[in-house]
Design a protein around this ligand. Structure first.
Ligand SMILES: Cc1cc2nc3c(=O)[nH]c(=O)nc-3n(C[C@H](O)[C@H](O)[C@H](O)COP(=O)(O)O)c2cc1C
Ligand code: SF4
Length: 679
């Protein structure tokens, strides 16, 4: 067991509420709300964490208290009327049945939302200051607005109590309305709500006072706040300590949930939700400093990805509870595994940020490496045994193949896994070589550990042949042979090399490099960074409107920061039309996609990223001998039942991951999980 585990497993009592241990998940908005309510999908997602032993799970990130803070933009929860109460009651019953406590976050987003949705009302703030992230220009609140919003918070708190929730917090972090009043970066008022820190704290105090009056003194109410906004014109650490001390002293809060950052724009957003480029627990010093000054419980979440770090944070007295929010998205059974002495089985969050990045483009939160999260109604976190044990051959030990082998082995099937390389991991090994993305290697590492434990017959360094497969007399063959780089369709593309050639070190360019990116993902941006770090002069060209267009909110700023620092030239709206040699150099002909103007570059290397093409020779060779001619039963896959050939004499042949078509790690794992859970 990890050091200090006993500190994590000790109960915590706040007012009359006893939480069974010190591990929690902070409120987040996963985009699972339906009609503004936490319905089945939302409830099952949190219930899984309760089953997995968590002490406290907080749901409803940014739940709306008022009609001018719309819940619609990110499928959030509206607590603006009593119709939500029965959903809260059902939710609380589900979570309580498994011994965990349940709280919600209430907020008014102020300027940090959209006006062109739901009720089409103007956004509000302390002052007229546009927020770059949400792109809205708010209206400065008048006294009627202040009274109305204060009452709305109070009514929402009453609904939480009536709904059987164990408590609630207000969000005064990440640039929501309460901290918009606090922060000099937003609040320019000259009335009693602006100017001195005392005045700027007034609105938040009125909110909490009204919530207390609505719920009574015994109800647990807390506040999420920043310990330092980490922006030049914002609240500094001393301001935040002063706010925390004052609110705690006044008896307005029972806990403080402290983070770092403010999230008003791209870079500050990336700081608030640190990805794998950050060290573990980068902002633990902030709650720790506040805890020294207050006598209420202090919580914290920010890239605490492993229980040992969480246990140290509690044992050393930096916090009273440690939140491992994305860590629970990656593995909702963390605490149970710790208690059962199975900490090796914990699937650790790698900080890819896929979960959070999806919600900012209107998607739902999904984990890059755990396809069951958020799909609890259809995808199991614990794989059930099959009624009939089968013989399964999996070819390829990248993420898709490892997941297929893992799930089939959990089902009780006898599994042989072939991999032509000497190591498992496939393309992830290449991506993990890139600068700050090393942590990706945690994904195949965990899967490999699991398939070894489950007794999969792993044959590394063996490129499977049809004869090898026939010798196993399988019932099912799963092709997870991955892809190879596509060099694209520009004339003379044979003169280009791929991003893989660079990242693996097969090609080591010097001098000037033109890198053309048709995908807009991590791969090209990482390659440009790696090339520039090796001293190349790099121009990154894309036909998208910006570099790394596909990369999400918490990752793109990190790429861009590095590329700017390294002097990489970034040229959007431009396509590569031809490459041809001239002497010992190359000419890259480019065309602007807006003006159609053409120009040329003389460079030492052209590197391209057009994604991958499936490796399918073995699949095609086996197709004719299979009972299904290699066809996937799409209806069965989507409906969650066994493919129609299951049980027929002979073998059924399937393909998963990039061998099916080039996508991402999540898609590869989901292909395998949903196919194999029904085999
Ligand atoms: C999908 C997603 C949505 C989030 N939405 C909110 C939110 O609405 N309100 C909030 O205070 N924090 C939100 N967060 C931040 C988390 O509560 C937490 O602070 C963050 O994930 C850092 O903690 P971790 O490293 O343990 O995940 C969100 C996080 C994720 C992953
Ligand atoms: S997507 Fe990445 S950051 Fe999010 S939970 Fe999964 S591993 Fe962690």
């Amino acid at each position: 067991m990890i050091a200090n585990a006993e500190a994590l497993l000790k109960p915590l009592t706040i007012k009359g509420l006893t939480i069974r241990n010190r591990v929690m998940s902070t409120s987040h908005a996963p985009g699972y709300g339906k009609d503004g309510k936490p319905q089945e999908r939302y409830q099952l997602y949190h219930m899984e964490k309760a089953k997995g032993g968590i002490g406290l799970t907080m749901f409803g990130g940014s739940s709306s208290v008022a009609i001018d803070s719309p819940a619609a933009p990110w499928n959030q929860i509206s607590v603006t009327d009593d119709s939500v109460i029965p959903y809260f009651q059902q939710f609380a019953e589900r979570v309580h049945a498994h011994g965990a406590k349940l709280m919600i976050q209430l907020t008014h987003m102020g300027r940090r939302t959209k006006w062109d949705t739901e009720n089409w009302l103007p956004t509000l703030s302390a002052s007229v200051r546009r927020e770059p992230a949400s792109r809205t220009i708010p209206r400065a609140m008048d006294k009627h607005d202040i009274r109305r919003v204060v009452k709305a918070f109070a009514d929402a708190a009453r609904r939480c109590k009536e709904g059987g929730l164990d408590g609630c917090e207000i969000s005064a972090a990440h640039g929501h309305l309460v901290d918009q009043f606090w922060s000099p970066s937003v609040n320019q008022r000259t009335d009693e709500y602006g100017g001195s820190l005392e005045n700027r704290m007034r609105f938040g105090k009125e909110v909490l006072t009204a919530m207390r009056e609505a719920t009574g003194d015994d109800y647990v109410i807390g506040m999420r706040m920043s310990g330092d906004e980490l922006i030049a014109d914002g609240l500094n650490h001393e301001d935040c300590v002063a706010i925390a001390t004052e609110y705690a002293r006044a008896g307005l809060v029972d806990f403080l949930n402290v983070v770092g950052g403010q999230a008003r724009d791209e870079m500050s957003h990336a700081l608030s939700l640190p990805n794998m480029s950050f060290p573990v627990a980068p902002f633990l010093y902030l709650p720790s400093a506040i805890k020294r000054e207050v006598d209420v419980a202090v919580f914290h979440a920010q890239r605490v990805t492993d229980l040992a770090t969480g246990a140290r944070a509690v044992a050393e007295g930096h916090v009273d509870m440690i939140a491992m929010t994305r860590a629970h998205i990656a593995d909702p059974h963390l605490v149970k595994k710790l208690m059962e002495g199975r900490d090796d089985d914990i699937r650790q969050c790698v900080g890819a940020g896929y979960c959070i990045d999806r919600i900012y483009v209107g998607g739902d939160a999904l984990c890059l490496q755990n396809a069951a999260t958020g799909r609890e109604a259809t995808m199991p976190h614990v794989i059930p045994k099959a009624e009939v044990a089968r013989k399964v051959v999996v070819v390829g030990a990248g993420p898709a193949g490892l997941e297929a082998a893992r799930v089939c082995a959990e089902r009780g099937h006898s599994v042989v896994l072939f991999e032509k390389e000497a190591v498992v991991g496939g393309q992830v090994n290449i991506a993990a070589k890139a600068t700050w993305r090393e942590a990706l290697s945690g994904i195949p590492r965990w899967l490999y550990g699991q398939v070894q434990k489950k007794g999969v017959d792993i044959r590394l360094g063996r490129a499977a042949t049809p004869e090898d497969i026939a010798a196993e007399a399988p019932d099912v063959v799963i092709m997870a042979t991955g892809g190879v780089p596509n060099l694209g369709h520009a004339k003379g593309h044979e003169h280009a090399v791929s991003t893989w050639d660079i990242l693996t070190g097969r090609v080591e360019p010097t001098g000037s490099v033109l890198l053309f990116d048709e995908i807009g993902g991590h791969n090209a941006a990482s390659t440009a960074e790696a090339l520039a770090k090796k001293g190349c002069l790099v121009e990154m060209v894309t036909h998208d409107v910006q570099i790394a267009q596909e990369v999400g909110t918490t990752n793109k700023p990190v790429h861009l920061r590095e590329l700017y620092k390294l002097g990489v030239v970034m040229t959007p709206n431009t396509e590569l039309i031809e490459i041809y040699p001239e002497g010992n150099r190359l000419i890259a002909a480019l065309r602007n996609t807006m003006t159609e103007a053409e120009e040329e570059r003389v460079v030492d290397r052209v590197v391209v990223d057009y994604g991958t093409l499936p490796v399918d020779a073995l699949f095609e060779a086996l197709r004719g001998a299979s009972v299904n001619d290699g066809e996937t039963d799409l209806d069965a896959l989507i409906e969650g039942r066994a493919p129609r050939w299951t049980g027929q004499k002979g073998f059924a042949l399937y393909r998963v991951g990039d061998a099916w078509t080039g996508r991402n790690i999540h898609a590869a794992l989901y292909d395998s999980l949903r196919l194999c859970k029904d085999l």
